[in-house]
Structures are given as structure tokens and as C-alpha cells.
Ligand binder design. Sequence first.
Ligand SMILES: O=C(O)C(=O)Cc1ccccc1
Length: 279
Amino acid sequence: MQFSIAHLGPAGTYAEAAATAYVRYLVETKGLKSSLYPYPSIAQTLWAVARGEVDLGVVPVENSIEGSVSMTLDTLWQIDTLQIQQALVLPISHALISLAKNPQEIEVVYSHPQALAQCQEWLNQNLPQVRQIATNSTTEALQHLDQETTAGAIASERAASLYQLPILAHPINDYPDNCTRFWVVSLQPSPGGNHTSLAFSVLENKPGILVKPLQVFAEQGINMSRIESRPTKRLLGDYLFFIDLEANTCDQSVKLALAELATYTKTLKIFGSYSIVNR
Ligand SMILES: O=C(O)C(=O)Cc1ccccc1
């Protein structure tokens, strides 16, 4: 059996590097083979899995510097049926790629918003006048370089070599220990593991409404490793909360906490329990 794995494309993105790492992991741990399928956006990657076009999808979820990838969280909430199979953490190192002769010729820099944000300080110091334009992915940004010789793109060294484009500067990320966490998702139940992710909306917008939902974890001695709020997009000031726990849904304490949590929330979505692989 061969798995099909969707990722943000075109070829050479960091998501593809994460998907490749997962392909290796599947071969090494389970002897399973798989092939990769690029999609034009993170949302389309997730919907392809939800529609059953592919078995699995690999999407970025959080960066050590920039924080959450909102597109991933918002789409997961919207889709409802996807379960996390595995988390992967990859080091991320960005390059400035351009056909310009030197960085001073560059007037505009294209990249994925996360990559632009992770190089903000470098851009301010070295190219303070350039316009920054967001693209769906780092490799989509490379498509502008052929037509615009005064354009630069931020992508990986691997992407530059794949498309045979020159690197003008590397590394240009503001922090050397730049890492991104990716989730592998599918329609299958999650396999279990020491990390659990969930999201909920609250019953009403009133003082202290988050106290009880969060207290259930404290009472069961469960450590929360991340909390992130996202707008519901219905009313200004109305939020969803995304939470990561250092806990497995198979543990009795987690089962109790989640059952109680359901009574304090309007909608509760449990994305599953999984382990983390560092590559
Ligand atoms: O655009 C890409 O290459 C992606 O995979 C998204 C991304 C961008 C920057 C850091 C990590 C992931």
C-alpha cells in the first residue's frame, strides 16, 4: 500500500521538506511507502485530505518566532473531521534568492508571510526600502524572479538549488534557532501519544468565562503547553481557543478533564493525541 501525502507547494517548500521527513519516518518505522502531492495553499492542502483526494496532509502550525499559522488553525476548525497523526519539528533557515547582481538592486521581496516575518529584522537592517509582498508559499515567491530582475524572494537553500536560482544571502532569519512545528493530519483516528490538541468556543462573552474551562486541566494535573485565541469571524470580540496539552486522551485524568470541559464550552473539537518527531 502506498500513501498519498498533500503539502503546500510548489516543490521546494518547507512543508514539502516536512512531508519528506515524514515519508522517511514512515519507511523507517513502518516500512510504508508514500508519494507527495503539492497543493497551492495550506487551506487547499487540508481540504484535499478532508475530501479524501489524498490520505494525509502536512501543514505548518507554529513557528518558534512568529507563533501560530492562523490559516492552519482556522481551516482545521472549519473542516472538523481531520485528526492529527504526528507532529514534526524542523529547523528553518531562510535564504534571499534573486537574479539581481547584489541585494542593493532589489526593490521588492516576495515570500510566505511567516518567512517575511521571520526575517523582518534582517530586511529592516539590510533592505529597509524594499516592498514586501506576501505569497501563498516560499516557492510560489520564486516564480516572480524570472520576470523581475529587481525582485527577491525568501525561500530555502534547497528551493534555490531545485530551481537553479542564485542565493544572495543566507541565513537571513533573525534568530538562528528558528524552528517550525508541522502537523500530519488525516481522516483516520489519531494514533495516541503524549500530546493532545483541541479547540473550543465559549458559551457567552462574559467576565471569567475562560476560568472554568482552564481549571479542569489544573485540577487533573495536566500541563497546558499552548493557548491561542482566534476570532470566530462572526462577531468582533468573539473568540475560539486552541489548546495543546502534554497529555494523552487515553489517560483517565484526560478523559475526565475533557468530559468536564464539554460542559463549559459551546463547541469542543478534539484534534487527537500524537507524538512529536524532531528532524
Ligand atoms: O511556504 C513554505 O515554504 C511553507 O512551507 C510555509 C512556511 C513558511 C515559513 C516557515 C515555515 C513554513
